[in-house]
Design a binder for this molecule. Sequence first.
Ligand SMILES: NC(=O)c1ccc[n+]([C@@H]2O[C@H](COP(=O)([O-])OP(=O)(O)OC[C@H]3O[C@@H](n4cnc5c(N)ncnc54)[C@H](OP(=O)(O)O)[C@@H]3O)[C@@H](O)[C@H]2O)c1
Length: 202
Amino acid sequence: MKVLILGGHGTLGTAIVKELNKSKKEYEIITAGRKSGDVQVDMTSKESIEAMFKKIGNVDHIVVAAGSAAIKPIEELTQEDIMFSINNKMLGQVNIVLIGMSFVNENGSITLITGKAKDEPIKEGTMLALTNGAVMAFAKAAACDIKKNIRINSISPSVFDESLELYGDYFKDVKPVPVEKAAIAFVNVIENDTNGEEIKVY
Ligand SMILES: NC(=O)c1ccc[n+]([C@@H]2O[C@H](COP(=O)([O-])OP(=O)(O)OC[C@H]3O[C@@H](n4cnc5c(N)ncnc54)[C@H](OP(=O)(O)O)[C@@H]3O)[C@@H](O)[C@H]2O)c1
């Protein structure tokens, strides 16, 4: 089974690679990032995503463990912040599905990433909420609409213990989870029949 992991060298991506390597099933893992990874891609660019799939060919599963949104007080949000967030965390993942679905083998899957800030508002988190909510709704609807036999799901983790140093100030009242727990959820989605679901890791 060939698995493409966008952001495979980040905090979450590294944990997903580790869990896949622990599985009884055998996976050929391809990691992708703008600078890191086996293959380079900028998921904010449709052309870059197309070029990556032309290079690697078909896969069985796609996992997204990348995507950013602005964290800023609502009063200070600029059009640039909004467009950055939409292009990155939201449109990046939408295009991974729209372009990637032709390159996923039958019975394969695509798993997107959202986050708890859409369910439990955090300080300065409107762009996280906007993009996470959009990706979750898109994944559910896409799973119903797609004609090819591919499963589409999204995973919404809480902030990771491992990321508290970076984001802890914004998630003060939110219970963190170990990144391993989120990574296990990704592997479960790949290995089970889950389709059109949002899996919360809170
Ligand atoms: N950290 C948390 O507590 C947490 C909690 C819930 C949800 N999430 C979500 O989980 C995802 C991963 O978070 P993380 O903390 O693991 O991030 P991270 O450690 O910063 O890793 C992000 C990875 O994605 C790659 N990347 C970034 N932008 C990209 C782009 N435009 N195109 C392709 N690859 C790109 C980076 O590699 P390059 O630099 O080489 O591109 C890197 O490998 C994000 O969507 C985040 O919102 C995170």
